[in-house]
Design a protein around this ligand. Structure first.
Ligand SMILES: Cc1ncc(COP(=O)(O)O)c(C=O)c1O
Length: 501
């Protein structure tokens, strides 16, 4: 609805108080009715010619007194408490649905995390990893890079490198991205503590920018976690074979400002890549809506076969695109070197989040990463692509020869993981628990969905074990799947898969 408010710029009360009081009066007089939706803080601020934060502050006061309720992704509504001339309903009588749903999701995710961190007997074959194997990096490489980074003028690393990051790293990253077909200047790059921090910065920014958060699913569990941390009610869109369904995206994001996350290359957990047509369709949609697309290219450099489609980032409308990545998958996650790329005005909006979160990343690790990108990174990539290809092949062959009929899996052309779908009703959590007893670990499907779906699926990571271990591990999994199937996959009374059966 349009709110007709009159503010006195030089009045005694601050502007946010004036807004709060005017809305309160409108509710009290019945001009605003319970259930009615208020304009967004962004629109109201625009309307009144005030700063966005002023409107946000007024809404926070109204929410605190129980007069309005804000539902992330839906808007702000007058509560039933508004019927009583502004007197708030007793706290215990009000249920904040968005908060309850978030707690439910967080509780489920916490339970799964605990399960995943249960002790594994020594010698357990790790088919759950999504990070590079330390065996793929020569032991003397890190000390050598550190020596080289410190060899000239180590004093340059004593100071803060600045929130955007060390110049030498941003310059090297711009050159690395150019080799991947992404032409950006160093000042369009922000260095972060892993791409996870880049995602968190974007989550915080999107919340303040009034954007509803939408994510592909299944997905990287850290994505939903970061979005929820900053108060988003995450909505999800499943992949329809070639990528997230544009039809569903249109239904969710067609009418409101939104942030949409996608990992288009060897995505976590399926290992799938969006073909060019799907990228074009997503870019067309983004152009016609007010959607900002967050593209996670963390696995892009890990292609070991097939033709590389154009980077999705380069196809998206300028100003409403963000790229995140890191050297966690292509080198080592322990360095925590990640990055965020965006057009300059957006970088300017995101920079304060990084500044006030930690003042910038450690100078020394940035210098080490810069040294590697300048010298040796390209060769290292070639070497590790061959290393992981052998393991992917071993996993595919083992699945082919051992898995019972009815089990399907993806065939990634790069990255560390593939996605296995068992017949409906077979629980991947049961498979995980029995797998640990038999000395093999996987990641159950529900870990990768904020609503705990994909129960009959699991992620198989082939980065860590040797090809022989992969064959043994897949053999053990296959025999557990056989026994679960022979017990009757749909053994639950309702014929629906439960968490454990
Ligand atoms: C798809 C995806 N994005 C981002 C991350 C975060 O990684 P990092 O913070 O180490 O760059 C991960 C980690 O597994 C991931 O799988």
């Amino acid at each position: 609805m349009a709110l007709k408010l009159k503010l006195k710029p030089d009045g005694a009360a601050p502007l946010y108080r004036q807004i709060e009081q005017a809305v309160r009066a409108a509710i009290g007089s019945g001009n605003l009715k319970p259930g009615e939706r208020l304009p967004s803080a962004v629109d109201l601020a625009k309307d009144l010619g005030v700063n966005k934060l002023t409107a946000v502050k007024a809404f926070q006061l109204l929410e605190k007194s129980g007069l309005v309720r804000s539902e992330v992704g839906r808007g702000t509504f007058v509560t039933a408490g508004g019927e009583t001339n502004g007197a708030a309903a007793p706290a215990e009588a009000r249920v904040d649905v968005a908060k309850s749903v978030r707690r439910l999701r967080e509780g489920f995710a916490r339970g799964l995390r605990e399960l995943m961190s249960m002790e594994r007997p020594p010698g357990t074959i790790n088919l759950s990893g999504g990070a590079p194997s330390p065996a793929s990096v020569p032991d003397d490489l890190l000390p050598k890079l550190a020596r080289e980074a410190l060899a000239h003028n180590p004093r340059r690393l004593h100071d803060y490198a600045g929130p955007a990051g060390l110049d030498e790293l941003r310059t090297q990253l711009a050159a690395t991205l150019a080799r991947r077909g992404i032409e950006v200047s160093p000042d369009e790059i922000l260095i972060t503590n892993g791409s996870q921090q880049a995602i968190s910065l974007v989550a915080a920014w999107a919340r303040e920018d009034g954007r509803a958060a939408i994510s592909e699913t299944p997905t990287h569990p850290g994505l939903a976690g970061a979005l929820m941390l900053f108060g988003h009610a995450v909505q999800t869109i499943p992949w329809d074979g070639n990528g997230p369904s544009i039809q569903q995206l249109r239904a969710l994001a067609g009418r409101e400002r939104s942030l949409f996350y996608v990992c288009p290359d060897f995505q976590n957990p399926t290992g799938l890549t969006m073909p060019t047509e799907a990228r074009t369709a997503l870019a067309d949609f983004a152009r016609r809506s007010d959607t900002c697309v967050l593209v996670d290219e963390i696995f892009r450099e890990m292609r070991f076969e097939g033709t590389e489609p154009r980077s999705l980032y380069t196809m998206l409308p300028a100003g409403r695109r963000i790229l995140v990545g890191s050297i966690s998958k292509s080198f080592m996650p322990g360095l925590r070197v990640g990055y965020l790329v965006a057009d300059r005005p957006l970088i300017a909006e995101l920079l304060p989040y990084k500044r006030y979160m930690d003042l910038g990343c450690p100078s020394l690790v940035q210098a080490i990463a810069a040294e590697f990108l300048k010298n040796g990174y390209a060769k290292h990539l070639e070497k590790i692509r061959a290393y992981y290809r052998v393991r992917r092949d071993a996993a595919l062959e083992a699945l082919e020869s051992a898995m019972p009929e009815g089990v399907r899996w993806t065939r990634p052309q790069g990255g560390f993981q593939l996605w296995v779908t068992m017949p409906a009703g077979v629980s991947s959590i049961q498979l995980f628990l029995q797998g640990i007893e038999r000395g093999v670990a996987i990641v159950p499907g529900p870990v990768h969905d904020v609503d705990g779906r994909y129960l009959s699926c699991f992620r198989l990571g082939y980065a860590h074990p040797t090809p022989d271990e992969i064959r043994t591990g897949v053999g053990r999994l296959a025999s557990i799947v056989e026994s679960l199937l022979s017990r009757g996959a749909n053994g639950s009374p309702a014929g629906e898969p439960g968490i454990l059966i």
